[in-house]
Design a protein. Structure first.
Length: 433
């Protein structure tokens, strides 16, 4: 067996860079939160955490599936394709982000204990929502296989936020200082991301309203799937709070943080894998071969991570959070049973988008959400957090079934060519020229 091809080496290097960047970036943001916990009052820390939570909800809603849709079209676009998909996606995101960002900012501001505090919290939400524009530009680098540049850009933005945020807190800036840090990181990150993305695409002219509408319509099913996915991952906490109380929520949340953190690996793999699937989509044989190869790699990795989590996870939880969270370690052993399936689902969900069948993805996500809620309602009253953990694993299995059925439908029918009806590039848009 000969050495790996230059393409495989580049993909491997990109995946490693993306994974490393995400790990370091998360650690930097964790350090910022730790410093905030030490230097802010408990009340202000709670307000800061609330603003972060609001931003994390509004950000994917404002994206509405535009990132993945744009990546699909940029992958199929020639390097000198004129940047029309990018222009339409940027404009479409503004249409969604402005009202959602305003609502999120108002919600965060309402948690403040005065005008200045409210403005600072609102600014933190707005900065998080604005960072999504940089993510759109970075899809151009990802489409050309330059995950290394995407990783450097993302890490630079997070490092700027962590360093400036910690500096502001140490200087006694409080929530206002954090707001300034978030604004600076958002602007700086956008500048870096635009410079990176502009190497691979451009925006030649303002997008027409028709092209914006086309982009929003095409992204809608992916956006719907994203909302259903968000609910699938968060509904456990809501039902536990309702049926068992905050102590059970705390025990479950500690275990779930470790489970959710394991997603860093498949996210890095699919950052390179999705463009490969898009390029292969026009040839069914090539597409299914690529799907099997990526799936095998993710399954092997998933079983390895699950085994490690089963063996060392409870000990890590105990060291990190203390003896009061021994039950969280036991819960983690239940949750890690779903990791191999979750890793495979990270491939299958994006495979449905790659072949132009995002509504099948939304249907699969809906099935998973129904399964999760049903199991939670049946088991949480008697089993508490263990019932929620079982519900999460069952939801991943239901998502797997939905994706397999969806891909079976695709296999029996024609594959939508990548780049067909691209945002701002469809036949209905050409009469504007």
């Amino acid at each position: 067996m000969g050495p790996p091809s230059p393409t495989l080496r580049r993909i491997g290097t990109g995946v490693a860079a993306k994974f490393t960047s995400d790990v370091i970036g998360r650690l930097l943001l964790f350090a910022l939160f730790v410093v905030a916990a030490r230097l802010l009052t408990n009340a202000d820390l709670g307000r800061y955490a609330f603003a972060l939570a609001v931003g994390l909800i509004v950000l994917p809603l404002a994206d509405g599936g535009l990132q993945l849709t744009l990546l699909r079209h940029l992958t199929a676009e020639s390097p000198d394709g004129g940047g029309r998909p990018m222009g339409a996606a940027l404009a479409a995101r503004t249409v969604a982000a402005v009202p959602l960002g305003m609502l999120g900012a108002l919600a965060a501001a309402a948690a403040g204990d005065g005008f200045a505090s409210g403005v600072a919290l609102a600014a933190i939400v707005v900065a998080q929502v604005a960072s999504g524009y940089g993510e759109l530009w970075l899809q151009a680098a990802r489409a050309r296989g330059r995950l290394d540049l995407e990783a450097i850009s993302g890490l630079g933005s997070r490092a700027l936020l962590a360093v400036s945020g910690i500096a502001m807190l140490v200087a006694g800036g409080g929530l206002a200082g954090l707001a300034i840090a978030y604004a600076a990181a958002s602007v700086g990150g956008l500048v870096i991301a635009t410079a990176v993305g502009a190497r691979f695409t451009s925006v030649m002219r303002p997008a027409s309203w028709r092209s914006v509408g086309s982009a929003l319509r095409e992204a809608a099913p992916i956006g719907a799937a994203g909302v259903l996915s968000l609910l699938m991952f968060r509904v456990d906490v809501l039902l536990l709070e309702w049926l068992r109380g905050p102590e059970t929520v705390g025990i479950y949340s500690v275990a779930f943080r470790f489970f959710e953190a394991s997603l860093i690996l498949p996210v890095a793999v699919m950052a390179a894998g999705f463009p490969a699937l898009v390029r292969a989509a026009a040839d069914q044989g090539r597409f299914w071969r690529a799907t099997r190869r990526i799936g095998a790699a993710l399954l092997v990795t998933g079983f390895g991570v699950a085994a490690a989590g089963w063996v060392v996870g409870p000990g890590v939880v105990r060291v990190a959070f203390g003896d009061g969270f021994v039950a969280s370690g036991d819960l983690l052993r239940l949750l890690v049973l779903g990791i191999p399936v979750m890793y495979l689902n990270s491939l299958l969900t994006q495979a449905l988008v790659a072949v132009g069948r995002p509504w099948l993805l939304a249907g699969a996500m809906g099935l998973a959400l129904v399964a999760n809620v049903s199991v939670d309602l049946a088991l949480i009253p008697a089993q508490g957090a263990s019932g929620a953990a079982i519900g999460t694993v069952v939801a991943e299995l239901a998502l797997l079934v939905g994706c397999v059925v969806g891909l079976g439908i695709v296999r029996r029918g024609p594959v939508a060519p990548a780049g067909e009806d691209a945002p701002g590039d469809g036949a209905r848009d050409r009469d504007d020229e």
